[in-house]
Design a protein around this ligand. Structure first.
Ligand code: HEC
Length: 452
């Protein structure tokens, strides 16, 4: 009796909505086109396509779940801090529409309501680059097994210093390529940073870093401290300012991304005698795939005013105990000049749980620049500030990360290991990356930069 009563109430409450049911054709398809099809279409990174009603309908319950939990579309910044130009988020109204569609039985609706299919022009987002550098050879990705993280050296066809206004990655196989980190490094460096290893081994004769096959790891002689802010500039003294002589990152690709295009008057600097190094994360799809990814560069029309610099606020020297489920590690860096900040790039591996980047101004005020409450290694987002931000000299950037090295972390490669810094994903990293320019820099003022 009570149940019947409840059903009647529910029907009455729902009645006004029945007049205009939420349907796939009228309401859902436009949302999928705007927010999902970049990845959910054939040949892209998502394993299922949402290009039609028939393809989408079997996923209705799952779509309801992921949009309510906000795990799709993939975007990991806490909306209370910072505004980002490349944000991927559904509005509450869009979530409500998707949820109502599922709750009302996931109906197709009137064919006349279906919008025209969205076009996806292939090719370069920012137009044809000035130069395209493909991987030297095709790489074969195995059908099964764990994901692969492979380094490829990519030669450039020039030896002089260049200024680059845009870096875009064209995956050779979009179903296979999950992320690409694009580095610039001296040609002589190889895959392993041998120069760095040699240099840092010499400090007080202790082994700070050692090479291990293709990788760099922190050695036993290295200091141990989780609080990078307790020492001047913490572990960030070694981070990659693009000044040449070592490896530095110039671009990051994640699926659906559009490359990095720097504002007029700013550019990345490629030092003389450089080459590119790619780190590619390959996804497994169940069939063997071939990939030959290319990098497209646009050269800035000289003279460029400012170099777009990258600095990683990091801590090389943490120790995460086996089983620890919320281990805090901090890193700090204090700007010695007035700068303008353009983007933020949090980076950890599989035990990374959350990261926050905060500015502590010289007057003591603080501002959270970015908070990533549930870090996901699979999504290496660069968070591009909607408005570039002025940061005065003397401002300290505090990066706080937490790691979950317990067995409750489903991505944990081994909860029984004590974990320190290392390149491989079974070791950890702790990086709060920043891209910025110096306010007082003007390369156009230097006569040597004037040649065309
Ligand atoms: C930037 C790429 C990208 C965008 C945009 C995106 N997805 Fe996904 N989606 C993925 C990938 C990759 C997977 C595979 C599993 C994973 O990585 O979570 C996935 C998986 C899913 C799944 C399956 C989850 C499961 O439990 O198996 C659903 C449902 C889904 N996405 C819905 C959506 C919806 C709805 C949107 C738009 C509102 C969307 N996605 C936008 C990349 C994307």
């Amino acid at each position: 009796m009570t149940r019947l009563f409840a059903v009647v109430i529910a029907l009455v409450a729902a009645a006004p909505l029945l007049a205009e049911d939420v349907t796939f054709n009228a309401d859902v398809m436009p949302i999928l086109q705007r927010h999902c099809q970049d990845c959910h279409r054939p040949g892209q990174i998502a394993p299922m396509s949402f290009m039609s009603f028939d393809e989408t309908r079997p996923w209705a319950q799952s779509i309801r779940e992921v949009v309510e939990r906000r795990t799709m579309p993939p975007w990991h910044a806490d909306p209370r801090h910072g505004e980002f130009s490349n944000e991927r988020r559904l509005s509450q109204a869009e979530i409500d529409t998707l949820v109502s569609w599922v709750d009302e039985g996931a109906k197709r609706g009137d064919p006349a309501d279906l919008p025209a299919a969205r076009q996806f022009p292939d090719g370069w987002a920012a137009g044809t680059p000035d130069a395209i550098y493909p991987m030297v050879e095709e790489y074969e990705v195995a059908a099964e097994g764990s994901d692969e993280y492979i380094y490829f050296r990519v030669p450039l066809d020039f030896d002089d210093e260049r200024f680059v206004s845009s870096v875009e990655v064209m995956p050779g196989n979009r179903a296979a390529v999950h992320h690409v980190l694009v580095y610039v490094q001296p040609k002589t460096m190889g895959t392993l940073s041998r120069t760095d290893v040699a240099r840092y081994n010499n400090i007080a004769g202790t082994e700070l870093f050692y090479g291990d096959g293709d990788t760099i790891r922190v050695g036993d002689g290295a200091p141990k401290h989780d609080n990078g802010c307790a020492v001047p500039n913490g572990g960030s003294a070694l981070s990659g300012d693009i000044t040449g002589g070592r490896r530095a990152i110039i671009g990051v690709f994640v699926p659906g991304g559009r490359g990095e295009h720097w504002p007029e008057g700013t550019a990345r600097r490629l030092p003389p005698d450089s080459e590119l190094l790619l780190q590619i994360h390959y996804n497994k799809t169940g069939s063997v795939m071939l990939d030959r990814t290319s990098i497209g560069l646009k050269f800035a029309k000289r003279p460029t005013e400012k170099i777009m610099r990258a600095r990683w606020v990091q801590n090389y020297y943490f120790t995460i105990p086996a089983g620890a489920d919320n281990h805090a590690v901090t890193g700090c860096y204090t700007f010695e000049k007035d700068v303008t900040l353009y983007s933020l790039w949090p980076h950890m591996h599989f035990r990374g749980k959350d990261m926050e980047m905060t500015a502590i101004y010289p007057n003591g005020e603080t501002k959270t620049l970015l908070n990533v409450p549930r870090y996901d290694f699979n999504w290496q987002h660069t968070y591009m500030l909607k408005e570039p931000m002025s940061i005065p000299k003397g401002t300290r950037i505090l990066v706080t990360a937490h790691f979950d090295n317990s067995k409750r972390n489903p991505f944990n490669p081994d909860p029984n290991q004590t974990v320190r810094w290392g390149d491989p994903t079974y070791d950890e990293m702790m990086i709060g990356g920043m891209d910025y320019t110096f306010d007082d820099e003007d390369l156009t003022a230097e006569a040597t930069q004037q040649q065309p």
